[in-house]
Design a protein around this ligand. Structure first.
Ligand SMILES: Cc1cc2nc3c(=O)[nH]c(=O)nc-3n(C[C@H](O)[C@H](O)[C@H](O)COP(=O)(O)O)c2cc1C
Length: 196
């Protein structure tokens, strides 16, 4: 059984929704799933100073925070991060910065991995954010499982072959949900092939 860690950071809820859709699709395959939020690093006063940010923090308070142990446990990872000026959020990067020891001892190698992203404007960093994460994943020796155009839902939901990406505020259409589910199932399938 594949052990999948779905790791997301979400200020306003978009990536949280994407992660929940992925988790549902993953559980339906019989995979063992850990839905994990990446820890907030912004000061509490800043979070509480924005109603939408505060509400999202409260909505996810019960979701376990991702740890290095989760990374060692899983044999597949799905990351989901908002775009911040064309790259992953600092919260995601801060978590990645805790993984030096796991990387050094080979615990991140040969794991199947994929990523999703969102931004406010459609052409303002979604692909760059995913590709930036993939650069990091290559350092780990993880095996990137991009969706490509292996399902028609990908073209119908924005057409990002690197990983599903969402424009904040857009509806999660059936095609979008199918594309996220497809990316997740493909990741699980390849994790199984890697395990042999
Ligand atoms: C500091 C900062 C930088 C951002 N940079 C971009 C950007 O480069 N392009 C863009 O379209 N949206 C940008 N955004 C908007 C976020 O990407 C958007 O709010 C996010 O994808 C929503 O995801 P969430 O609901 O999971 O937080 C930025 C937001 C912040 C706070």
């Amino acid at each position: 059984m594949t052990k999948l860690a779905i790791l997301f950071y979400s200020t306003y809820g978009t990536n949280h929704q994407m992660a929940e859709i992925a988790a549902e699709a993953a559980r339906a395959t019989g995979a063992e799933v850990r839905l994990l939020r990446i820890a907030e690093t912004a000061p509490e006063a800043v979070v509480n100073g924005q109603d939408a940010w505060k509400a999202q923090a409260e909505r996810t308070a019960d979701i376990p925070v991702a740890t290095v142990e989760d990374m060692e446990w899983a044999d597949a990872y799905l990351f989901s991060s908002p775009t911040r000026f064309g790259g992953a959020s600092s919260q995601v990067r801060a978590f990645i910065d805790t993984l030096g020891g796991a990387w050094f001892t080979g615990k991140l190698a040969n794991k199947a991995i994929s990523a999703m992203s969102s931004s406010q404007s459609r052409h303002a960093g979604q692909e760059a954010t995913i590709l930036g994460l993939y650069t990091t994943f290559m350092h780990w020796g993880a095996v990137i499982v991009a969706p490509g155009f292996t399902d028609e839902s990908i073209a119908k939901s924005g057409g990002n072959p690197y990983g599903y990406s969402h424009t904040q505020g857009d509806e999660f259409t059936e095609d979008a949900k199918t594309a996220i589910g497809h990316q997740t199932r493909r990741l699980i399938e390849f994790a199984g092939k890697i395990r042999g």
